[in-house]
Write a protein that binds this ligand. Structure first.
Ligand SMILES: [Fe+2]
Length: 140
């Protein structure tokens, strides 16, 4: 199986400049991780996962603060999805610490790639119209 690189595309755009920029940064961090994973399990790999987790935390907080101010109705389950992601990353970190020889790192990398894409296209897209309508209605 090859290593998949994320590429930014218009279909990921939510229309909030900060959120879109943060998503691009997450793409970049996951791609860095994929690059590092090709080399193997190194301390640098753990450092990038740590960086990804820290950035994802900040981003989730920001995103939650934006959609919580809107009429979006799925706030609780969306926050749970974010928490669950952090929980998964924590478990990956523990797996890496165990340093098992037969660990297939591509499973972790593929999870991160597909989680990010699926989360943006499904869960994040759900709040898109709510964060956009706020300003538009006020302008009229
Ligand atoms: Fe989200």
């Amino acid at each position: 199986m090859g290593w998949y690189m994320l590429r930014w595309d218009e279909r990921y755009r939510l229309g909030n400049l900060d959120i879109d920029m943060q998503h691009r940064k997450l793409f970049e961090l996951v791609n860095n991780l994929s690059q590092m994973a090709k080399i193997g399990i190194t301390p640098e790999l753990s450092r990038i996962i740590e960086e990804l987790k820290a950035y994802a935390r900040l981003h989730f907080k920001f995103e939650e603060s934006v959609f919580s101010k809107s009429e979006y109705h799925n706030i609780d389950s969306h926050i749970r999805a974010h928490d669950k992601f952090i929980f998964r990353v924590n478990s990956f970190e523990r797996i890496l610490e165990e340093n098992k020889e037969d660990l297939d790192i591509s499973i972790i990398v593929n999870f991160l790639n597909s989680w990010l894409i699926t989360h943006i296209l499904q869960e994040d897209m759900e709040y898109k119209r709510f964060i956009l309508t706020t300003d538009i209605t006020h302008e009229q």
